[in-house]
Design a protein around this ligand. Sequence first.
Ligand code: 2HA
Ligand code: ZN
Length: 281
Amino acid sequence: MSTSVMNSKGYIAGIEAPFIQQMSEITHHMWSLGWDELNGGNVSYLLEEEEVAKYINLREPLRTINLTFPVTELAGKYFIVTGSGKYFRNVIKDPEANLGVLRVTDSGESVEVLWGLRNDAVPTSELASHFMSHIERLKVDPNHRIVLHTHATNIIAMTFTHDLDELKFTKALWEMCTECLVVFPDGVGVIPWIVPGSSEIGRATADKMKEYRVVIWPQHGIFVTGGTMDATFGLVETIEKAAIVYNLIGSREIKQKITDRQLADLAAAFHVTPKAGILEL
Ligand code: 2HA
Ligand code: ZN
C-alpha cells in the first residue's frame, strides 16, 4: 500500500489529505455498523479547488472517463468518490485503490481522474444519482457538499412493513424518538422501487432532493445529503435509530406515544417548522 505519491511536478498526493481521511473513516464506520456489506453503499463529497490543490496536482489528470448523463451544472467541480464495485471494508486499508478524486470537465460530459481509482477502477455505479442530487441540493443549499448512500438495515426493513407514502413514513419516524422531528423537520422523501445504477433512479432521487435532504429507496437503502460528514452521517444515524425502534415495536400494542400536540410543542420549542400536511392538530 502506498501512503503517498510524488508525481513529476513534485506534488504529494496522499492519504494525509483531510478529505481522504474523512472518506476512509466514514466508510469504515458504516461497514462496522453492518450497513455496507460487500460493495454496498457509495459516498461523494464536493471539494473546493484550493483544498484539493494542497495535496493533488490539478494539471496532470491521470485519465478521463465519459459520463452517460451530462452534468453541465457541475462543470469544473471537484469530488472525491468511492469506486464502483469497491468494498467499504477495504477503503481504510487502501484509499488510493478504493477512492478517486475527480474533476468534471468544462463540457460536463466526462470526469478527469486526478488521484486514486488505481488499476482503471471507475467511480461508483450510482454516480448518476450522486451527481444529479448534488445539482439539486446546491440549488437549495449553498453549503451542501455530501451525498451518502448506504444500506442501513432497519430503514430497509421498515420499507417492507410500512406504507411508502412519504408523509406517513415521515410521521412514523418522527413518532419513534423525540429528537427526530428536531433533526429532520423537513421529512424524508420516498421513491418507488427502481433498478439501481440507472439514470432513471438518479432522476427520481434528484427530483425528491429539490424538497428533501433524505430519500429512501424501498427494499434497498437510503440517500442522505448534507454540508459536513458529521451532519450527513448524523442524519442517517438518527433515521436508522427511529427505524430500529419501529421494527422493535413491530405489531405489538402501543400503550402510549408522542402525540401530534407534543410534536407541535417540540417544533415550537426547537424553532423548527415541521413539513406541512403531516401533523393533525
Ligand atoms: O455500490 O450500493 O446501489 C453498490 C450499491 C448500489
Ligand atoms: Zn445500494
